[in-house]
Ligand binder design. Sequence first.
Ligand code: N01
Length: 546
Amino acid sequence: MGDSTVNVVGEYDAVVVGAGFSGLYALHYLRDKLGLTVKAYERGDSVGGTWYWNRYPGARCDSESFYYCYSFSQDLEQEWVWSSKYPEQPEILSYLEHVADRFDLRRDIQFETTVKTAHFRDDVNKWEITTEGGEVVTARYFVSAVGCLSAANVPAIPGLERFEGDWYHTGAWPREGVDFTGKRVALIGTGSTGIQATPVIAEQADHLWVFQRTPNYSVPARNFLMSPDRTREIKENYDEIRKAQRASYAGFPYPLNLTSALDVSPEERQATFEALWAEEGGFKFIYGSYFDLLRNQEANDTAAEFIRNKIRQTVKDQGVAEKLCPKDYPYGTKRPPIDTHYFETFNRDNVTLVDLRETPVEEITPTGIRTAGQEYELDTIVFATGFDAMTGSLLKIDVRGRDGVALADKWSGGPVTYLGLQVAGFPNLFTVTGPGSPSVLTNMPLAIEQHVEWIGRCIQYMRDNGIDAIEATEEAEDAWVEHVREVADTTLFPKANSWYLGANIPGKKRVFMPYVGGFAPYSQRCDEIVDKGYEGFRFTSGAITT
Ligand code: N01
């Protein structure tokens, strides 16, 4: 096909990039349900995606295990047993390895292979995909399952290359682990990752300095081991649980509370927050308390102040406690972490909080970190500094659509998509959990299943109707981008400098990327669009020459 100098080594119906939760399901659905020939590429040497790379100390799921798993196979649901409410990373990785083996997926995944380019060939309505090793394959459908939080962000702090100790990013953690015993350690970043890692590293390190730029609201996880009775109850009720998840705002089956935080007495509100804090913990605090916490500043203030008071009660040194109290953005507008003894850790003698707002980092020296206030002698630096979220991983690939237009150029003003599923000008490119979808605000496996199933049904429809290419129209894309922005503006989300906005990456265009309209309305909208004959999409058919 095309350029005769290109050595095409394989022709597939679909190429999937990534073998995490989304890539594995996409491969299974397209290959085993639709009967397509599928090739998946994965840069790691095994499956797992996020759960393959994020092996940092304390890494664990922060959604309940029994909700944070696939629902597409009842047999799988019934046979897999979760050890605890929030299992650690190795257990989730084992689950994904089990899925890969159980559905015989590995034979179609090429590991340790990074996709370098993906170019749409207008003449044949196919994608030409090149790996870093120079291998070229073609595919009718190009499915991006690269993950929303996979492009690690190591901040460009001057001097890192001269540091004589060891440094790690939490999202690319060494497989053999890191022994912090006797080490002087700096951890930079207090998002969900830093908050999970801090208490665990503190137990091992000689001394841990936590470098905080923005304090975070965190709620206790209250992890527990799953009893056989609880496991049995969940398995017996999975149908109902999944139904409730699919009908919910964020993919968690918590009963919907339509009460405003401002419509109850302060005593009642306090009692509600106390009960959720003490008994349940986790995301139920935000999604199961009052519906308007993310919509009304005054309502949000009540939860924010409750959490600040908990921090003040927990941390003995009130000067440190105040620095740990977030005050300049609403609770929940940065992705809310949940923790196991994070704030308690600052009561340890071997843990020091470094407030980068008071004393910013100036440089990394060969022996440590120098801030405006002090020099810290270090053996190890841990970057828990997050990711170039939602767009970073896909844009690492040179993706070109019709007429050779680069996705990087198309998205230079921020990502634009239709439903987070497709991009105008990029036919047959499907983005699982793409920007403009509610995925990162939703229980991820559920969001992934909804996308993969939508994509699979779309491809089946195309095949049934002799259609070669599907592409979002520019009008539908513009309208969706505008809708995503409008809905975000009805909430408090844009008030925080979060990765949802791209604010954590210097130079990244600030655009609120996820769809905050809720998972259930979003998936209903996706279905309605199908019912209306794929409204907002354009189909192309024609004789294909290969
Ligand atoms: O990353 P983050 P993360 N100098 O971007 C700081 C998911 N997740 O890896 O807030 C100093 O949230 C940055 O400071 P600021 C979850 O969706 C899930 O923690 O930008 N500091 C912030 O404190 C989560 O939201 C699980 O001012 C710098 C931190 O680094 C997402 O992954 C577990 C800096 C980055 O926080 C990302 O979480 C863990 C700099 N130059 C994570 N640059 C589950 O359990 C950045 N920071 C499912």
